[in-house]
Design a protein around this ligand. Structure first.
Ligand code: ZN
Length: 235
């Protein structure tokens, strides 16, 4: 049985409450017909929060996407066909979204230095190998980052048909496309002002002012020519 979940977070990353119906139920998990809960994917951790029904709050501990279904793992059972009111824990989502958007912006700013595409990144670091990054360059990126935050540049999210995307001669784009399953024919593009552009299905802030300034940006020389850029945002 398949129960596609309509992902409300894709259209509105600031939606914190919604109503849905349980279309699949098991021991301490449900799939809903629609959900604003973001599942763990793309390096962004899942949301937590509650599902309220019959005056009772059931905790959502973790959210995982399996195929087209979004599984909500709970601290209690909820029966099939129950109408629920979902509430996202906003401080957790916002913190994840700010750090994930910072990851995009740093990626874009470091790209302009002529670095090859990163090999890994998450909400705290970006890794390059091989890399010619210097401490001075990283300091420059930090200053530029904070300027872009002050500028409050808009974040734009839109869709492109995969067939129409011309990636020829762009190793970064080719690399991204290779990682996305062939079955996905419409790609979601996220632009942070003119500073960063990438395919991503995650949740993002609306403008760079929401990201906030850096509290720390540090370059680590790791083994085998790998360089790691560690970052922390101000809380
Ligand atoms: Zn993203």
């Amino acid at each position: 049985m398949s129960a596609n979940s309509l992902p409300l977070y894709a259209d509105d990353s600031h939606l914190t409450e919604f109503d849905g119906v349980v279309v699949k139920s098991g021991p301490k998990f449900v799939v809903l017909d629609r959900t604003a809960f973001y599942p763990d994917s793309g390096g962004q951790p899942s949301d937590v929060g509650i599902l309220r029904h019959a005056g009772r709050d059931v905790k959502v501990l973790k959210v995982v996407k399996r195929g087209l279904e979004i599984y909500h793992y709970l601290d209690a059972d909820i029966p099939l066909n129950t109408a629920v009111h979902g509430v996202i824990d906003w401080p957790t989502r916002r913190w994840n979204m700010r750090r994930h958007s910072a990851e995009h912006l740093l990626t874009g700013l470091i790209e302009t230095l002529g670095e090859p595409p990163k090999i890994f990144s998450d909400l705290e670091k970006l890794e390059y190998q091989p890399s010619g990054l210097t401490e001075e360059q990283v300091r420059g990126v930090g200053r530029r980052f904070d300027e872009v935050v002050d500028e409050d540049a808009a974040v734009r999210v839109y869709y492109e048909d995969r067939a129409k995307i011309d990636a020829s001669g762009d190793p970064r784009k080719i690399g991204f496309l290779e990682k996305i399953p062939r079955s996905v024919d419409r790609l979601r593009v996220v632009d942070i002002g003119p500073y960063a552009s990438t395919f991503c299905f995650g949740t993002h802030v609306k403008s760079t002012g929401e990201i906030g300034h850096l509290a720390e940006l540090r370059l680590e020389d790791a083994k085998k020519g790998k360089k790691i850029v560690h970052f922390k945002l101000t809380p």
